[in-house]
Design a protein around this ligand. Sequence first.
Ligand code: ADP
Ligand code: MG
Length: 240
Amino acid sequence: MIKVEHISKQFKKVKAVDDVSLEVKKGEIVCLIGPSGSGKSTVLRCIHGLEVPETGYVYLNGEALDPKKSNYQELRNKMGFVFQHFNLFPHMTVLENLTLSLTKVRHMDEEKANEIACNYLTRVGLLDKKDEYPNKLSGGQKQRVAIARSLCTNPEIMLFDEPTSALDPEMVIEVLEVMQQLAKEGMTMIVVTHEMGFAKTVADRVIFLENGKIVEENDAKAFYENPKTERAQDFLKKVM
Ligand code: ADP
Ligand code: MG
């Protein structure tokens, strides 16, 4: 479903992503892990088109994600992105946050948009919060709303950038449970995370990055039980 071919991205002197290639198959859950500054977010942002790599290409279902092509937005719209800091619109209710892109970008009528939004709010257990403003919600609730918002546009793949790292520990679980449920339903997912328990139990594959490069890639079980590289061994010692 996703094919990343030799992408690189430089910010001034920093090579944030240095010749990264990877593939994600339909229904696969892939976790990107690695130390802070290793390029995880930049890889994810390049996949979603939030950053455009200087070299290389990202393909979605075999079609190159190219800002110069007319299908660029259409391809981007097939991907959902969940941010560390939720990025909800503070001046809109929960329901309005969910329906915005349905009514404005997809020109759906309001009734239909509300129906879809309420359906996804129910799935993340927050239908009763539909008329609240985001500042009335806990961090965990905000992130569940953000996930529901992403799902409203019916993405083929969900990209998560450290969805639980801004949360108090007691709220991490409720968000991971929603993600785990999505995985169970067959959603294709790329997850940047420090939650090693999640990566170990939910991921099919783990990709370990350092200094913008893929250092090690393996199925999740093998990676955690028997990391091949010294760098991955050191990293796991620190975080497990
Ligand atoms: P990670 O998500 O693994 O912590 P990032 O992809 O955010 O890593 O960053 C990789 C490197 O690129 C870091 O050195 C970071 O400081 C740098 N970087 C990321 N985004 C920008 C940006 N917008 N401007 C300048 N430097 C950036
Ligand atoms: Mg990051």
